[in-house]
Design a protein around this ligand. Structure first.
Ligand SMILES: [Zn+2]
Length: 131
């Protein structure tokens, strides 16, 4: 969970962080997993959506996020669905493209495997073996 205090100072506001970049449609890109945390003493720090890690540098949170997301070995379907729901649209589209590529690769390899099996069966028959 995102930090609720930093160095003993309460977090009084927790918002997604403006990245300062815009997408191809010209809309500002917002990092939902990098939180902009305003502290009771007036300071601003940046925090992780998933744990209490904070930093004065917003750019240090994004690399840290990988400890939470990268292909968990054991995950429930519900947890996986929540993780996907938190992804920005751009990441979702990238994953979809990756899935399409994997599916195409799988179909190619499956066809090659079936062709190889047929050729092997033909060879076995030609050699007179049954195994
Ligand atoms: Zn974290």
């Amino acid at each position: 969970m995102t930090a609720i205090s930093v160095d003993g100072v309460a977090v009084i506001a927790d918002e997604p962080t403006a990245s300062g970049i815009v997408d191809r449609g010209g809309k500002p890109v917002v990092w939902t997993q990098t939180r902009t945390l305003r502290l009771a003493d007036g300071r601003t720090v940046y925090g992780c959506l998933h744990c209490d890690r904070t930093s004065t540098n917003p750019l240090s949170i994004r690399p840290h996020l990988s400890v939470h997301s990268s292909r968990p070995r054991k995950t429930t379907k519900a947890a996986a669905a929540r993780a996907v729901a938190d992804l920005p649209l751009g990441d979702l589209l990238a994953r979809l493209a990756e899935l399409d590529q994997l599916t195409a690769d799988r179909d190619t390899w499956k066809a090659r495997a079936q062709t190889a099996e047929r050729k092997l069966a033909t060879l076995r028959n030609a050699l007179g073996g049954n195994k």
